[in-house]
Design a protein around this ligand. Sequence first.
Ligand SMILES: [Zn+2]
Length: 285
Amino acid sequence: MSFDDNAQLDTSQVSDVRGSGGFGIPGGGKTIGGGLAGLLITVVLGLLGVNGVLPGTSGSGSDDGRALAEKCAASNPDRFEQTDCRNIAYINDIQQFWARALGERYRPARTVLFSRAVTTGCGSATSAVGPFYCPADEQVYVDLTFYDELASRFGAPGEFAQAYVLAHEYGHHIQNLTGTERQVRRLQQNDPGRANRYSVALELQADCYAGVWTAHAGGGPVATVSQADIREGLQAAAAVGDDAIQGSDVHSETWTHGSSAQRQQWFSRGHETGDPDRCDTLTGR
Ligand SMILES: [Zn+2]
């Protein structure tokens, strides 16, 4: 993958609250649950009633974006050495694609960079849940140290793993905009016995949408995507498969995201077709 050295990054698509320590999380709020099971979660509405157990001190999260804008400006020749600037380039590129694909139906979604803990429209969360999208406030949440974990613990060290993770989360934003997310939530409520299967369908579709973006990446801040990048994306998709995480103790009825093979398969389908209409994971078409 290469970046466009001259690209003007839109740092306003990111809100940087790192270092604010999970600013002002009140006791008694909803806590987004998960641990490993919550990896790359889609949405988390009142799963647990755990009271304010989150670490961190109150702070303002006062970065108004100027620091990032300066750091990631084209005048800084080292900007693409920086994880945050690279992630902004991915986010800009992903949103540029979807804005083109969906036209007026697209609403930009911000990514919040946080450390340790954060309060969201879906409740409060710690970094342990991994990156996620909250439909209530239409924001993606990422603690960038997750990528270290992805490399060391899950064996997906590639740079493009980061692009895959972000593209997957923006895939959930697309599901929110198209109404698929709400439709699947209704199906889950009406048929709780199949709730997990519906969850898997949502997650695989987000993987497929991530693949669709890779088919169109290029020409934006992300200048080129290579076959090696796609292999890294596939490796990451496999690393966060339910069976990879559960190890030999595989209970497919408890899966929420799909197996490694399924995740790779749908990411590939998105990449190969470049067509979001080919991402119908509910019917498998
Ligand atoms: Zn997801």
